[in-house]
Design a protein around this ligand. Structure first.
Ligand code: DGL
Length: 276
């Protein structure tokens, strides 16, 4: 096939998915992206599977209406509970989540066969990482920790200092007090990579922190190629546009922490998500 210049749609409850977008932009410089953060309704991680599924369907329908060629669910919580209904509703559009890539990164990193998964309450409760890791390697011991407060700290931009450190201590100390401590932590929420320094300080330097950003970017590049959807390039027009369901100004300001580069306010549009 000749290739496809349409953008890739990326969705998260807020700004966390920008950590995945960052890796995808680096891995696929010829692609255009359309990112939607449902900032008005964040957090998703404390909500029921039914609510998260309904929100994710509304968000991804909007991306589809904007003419994207693929949808990346850059949110572990939505990937964990809604990947099947999303794939069914958006078909034939390819839909990729972040759980499998995150699990793969964890399995590749562990040396002692013990992995800690840090995620939102909802992701932990659903057990999606337990199943994904067991599906890759049955002998790995997995311990999950819900760390919902990290989402708030990340969205607040409080990624370092006393408060971030105290939250990391509170969540992680019990994990590393044990003889059976993991040697690998999967950051099973796309908001958590910006807190990596605080997490690493408590876990210790020998513990490997992995997230789904790089492995998801790899999976997306592969899926584009397999479906004949890669853009032969070069990128024409803006490489990335952003939609937010609340305050574009705040999105542009705080989003830079996650994306690692400036976000121009004029590239962020306020959108309203409606029930189908
Ligand atoms: N960034 C999302 C995730 O990866 C969810 C954060 C939230 O809305 O609670 O799980």
């Amino acid at each position: 096939m000749a290739g496809d210049a349409r953008p890739i749609g990326v969705f998260d409850s807020g700004m966390g998915g920008l950590t995945v977008l960052r890796a995808m932009m680096a891995r696929m410089p010829k692609e255009r992206f359309l990112y939607l953060g449902d900032t008005a309704r964040l957090p998703y991680g404390t909500k029921s599977a039914e609510t998260v599924t309904a929100y994710a369907l509304q968000a991804t329908r909007l991306l589809m209406a904007e003419g994207v060629k693929m949808v990346v669910i850059a949110c572990n919580t939505a990937s964990a509970v809604a990947i099947e209904p999303l794939s069914a509703t958006l078909a034939p559009l390819p839909v990729l989540g972040v759980i499998e890539p995150g699990a793969r990164a964890g399995v590749a990193a562990t040396r002692n066969g013990r992995i800690g998964v840090l995620a939102t309450e909802s992701t932990v409760a659903g057990g999606a990482y337990l199943r994904a890791i067991a599906g890759l390697r049955g002998d790995i011991q997995v311990v999950q920790r819900p760390c919902q407060m990290f989402v708030t700290l990340a969205e607040e931009g409080w990624t370092e200092g006393d408060v971030a450190r105290a939250a990391a201590e509170r969540y992680l100390r019990p994990l590393f007090a044990s003889e059976e401590a993991p040697d690998t932590l999967v950051l099973g929420c796309t908001h958590f990579p910006v807190l990596a320094d605080a997490i690493q300080a408590v876990a210790g330097e020998s513990v490997r922190l992995v997230d789904s950003a790089a492995t998801t970017a790899e999976a997306v590049a592969h899926a584009l190629a397999a479906n004949g959807l890669a853009n032969p390039g070069p990128v024409t027009g803006e490489a990335v546009r952003f939609f937010a369901t609340d305050s574009p100004e705040r999105f542009a300001r705080v989003g830079q922490i996650f994306l690692g580069r400036e976000i121009e306010l004029r590239s962020v549009e306020l959108v309203e998500l409606k029930p189908a």
